[in-house]
Ligand binder design. Sequence first.
Ligand code: PEP
Ligand code: MG
Length: 326
Amino acid sequence: RLAELKKYDGQPSITADGQQVELVANIGNAQDAWTAKNSGAEGIGLYRTEFLYMGRNQFPTEEEQFQAYKVVAEMFGKDQPVVIRTLDIGGDKELSYLDLPKEANPFLGHRAIRLCLEETELFKTQLRAIVKASAYGNVKLMFPMIATLQELRKAKELLAEVQNELEQENIAFNRDMEVGLMIEVPGAALIADQLAKEADFFSIGTNDLVQYVMAADRMNERLSYLTEPFQPAVLRIIDQVIKAAHREGKWVGMCGEMAGNLTALPILLGMGLDEFSMSGGSVLAARALMHKLDRREMKQLVEDVLQMTSAEQIKSYVECKVPAIA
Ligand code: PEP
Ligand code: MG
């Protein structure tokens, strides 16, 4: 089976009707990036930078971060994208050296971009490192947990400050670096049309989006029937986000676990998702399936699926219509 998949290594990620999509990987460090590249990933769709901050007793310096980002940017060269996500701390991810007040509901708390917009020194240090790394490859920047247009604007203002400072210091960077955000808060999904006007791309974070849409903790196994990407409510919100972005001419990726799920792939392809970011080990199987699917037929499949009333019904329908999944 693995030997059969190996033949898809280095092949383009195209559908049976010749439509191109991007198959990229989620990583937490440079070592993962190397593994992902060797597993057939065409770039990085989510660089989880919080791992640089975790398991130590002080903040990583700008230089340390710059090196960690640059090495991945260089690994994928001038064309293949490396999407770097700014610090997503809080919730289940804590830092021993950052004393944050205890919160009753950390997953609904002062985390990720909310924290970074207050701790601007911390945030700007990271932005400097990422912007500097943009001179060495096809780096794109992404903000996590955006809920309002004002948060996006404030984050972009801080980014512009950093870019102006680097310009004054004569430090090289890519002025045209794309800037996007994760869609993982239902409120953001509902204003996707407004956000898309001021961002270059979206990446749908289904791990969090599903838990917030269904009001069900993603870690709680007793709620797994709810934290289920095939729930009709989840599929509808994803479909709406992709449509809203496309209306503004912006591309949409997905970096939650759902992007690597083979039963979800025909649906996401039919909805028009442009980029799929998954663990490196899932890339070849996704590419193999992609090669067998006709995007126009998957569009029809989506029309059927969006009318269905349960996750079970949707899964069995897709698996029956697309025997190549098995
Ligand atoms: C997500 O929420 O889907 C996501 C990719 O981010 P994380 O799993 O790091 O929260
Ligand atoms: Mg998330």
